[in-house]
Design a protein around this ligand. Sequence first.
Ligand SMILES: Cc1cc2nc3c(=O)[nH]c(=O)nc-3n(C[C@H](O)[C@H](O)[C@H](O)COP(=O)(O)O)c2cc1C
Length: 355
Amino acid sequence: MSFRFDETDPQLLIVYTAGEYTAENYRELGRRWVARIERGERFGVLIVNEPYKPQESGKSDHSQQEYEAEEINRLVNAFRRDYRHLSRINTAGYANVYDPEAAWVISARAQAGKWESWQVVAESRARYMYGTHGGIFTDVQDAQQWLKSQLLQPPIDLEGLHSDLAAESTNHVGLYYGSTTGVTEKVAFDIQATWQQLAGETLVPINIGTVKDLSELLAYDYLILGVSTWNIGQLQDDWEIAFPQFDSIDLTGRKIALFGIGDQYGYPDNFLDALGILGNELIRRGATLVGYTDPSGYEFSTSLALENGQFMGLAIDEINQPELTESRISQWVTEVMDVFGLRYRAASTPDASTF
Ligand SMILES: Cc1cc2nc3c(=O)[nH]c(=O)nc-3n(C[C@H](O)[C@H](O)[C@H](O)COP(=O)(O)O)c2cc1C
């Protein structure tokens, strides 16, 4: 057991950790976190990473470590799906403290900007996973002070991430996505912003992980669905969980536009495979896919997302080509609006002669 918990301060859930930790450690952390949420308390979570030396002998074997890592990933994602919205209200902040002597911290600090960019990652990860602010520190007291200052702030604003919003929406275009580390979510919100700008209509991006019954998708005339590829050619895990429900859904005649997120250099033999897996399933269920795109400008070997030499939707690679994302989205959104038959409402300039 390498997590030690300190809950003596009602405003803080403190975890001391050193070395390899197990899925059971995370399960216990989750239990304590959820218990506080359910009691309606407001608190900060503080993870203190103590220095440790990896043991030369008696190391757990590699496959066991992989199993633990996958299980931890699964637990954190389950927390995100089930508790992020409640956690947003109750968790004031998520702070990590690292040993300042650790070589990697020093090297990160020595390179100008690295520490800052790490802070940005910590903030966006905490927002995405726990619905709260995130920070990294090298001093426990600094972290505690920061968490106490966060307790005085109102909960952060997580826009449109719950499916209840779907019921309130009067849209005829449904926008759903699955996202493990928040990249597809960010692209979904970029699509929303572009759609708003071009059509004047507010789409509500909905995380597929919050959808209990996929037949909810049938409430819309048109759908835009986003998926990232994980685990070498697999669906992102919220889509993986929802996927079997397609068996009982008839999408005959529905127009659906897809967007896929992947890493062309990291996974050149499986680039955007999940886009293809989802696309082929939708076609089997009777849907008509729209918004195919040209694969020139990407470097990869094979992809299940190709059909007749075209990607089955918008292809985004935020890891290697982030600078192209904005223009790819705006071109694709314009095309999709056109195919959906939704009038492109360009900012109209009033005709002077009518005055
Ligand atoms: C373990 C792992 C496996 C991945 N497998 C693939 C893959 O097979 N094909 C691909 O195009 N991208 C793959 N990716 C890249 C992800 O799709 C990429 O990081 C994406 O931005 C994640 O988006 P999300 O945070 O919205 O889930 C993989 C990433 C990781 C960490």
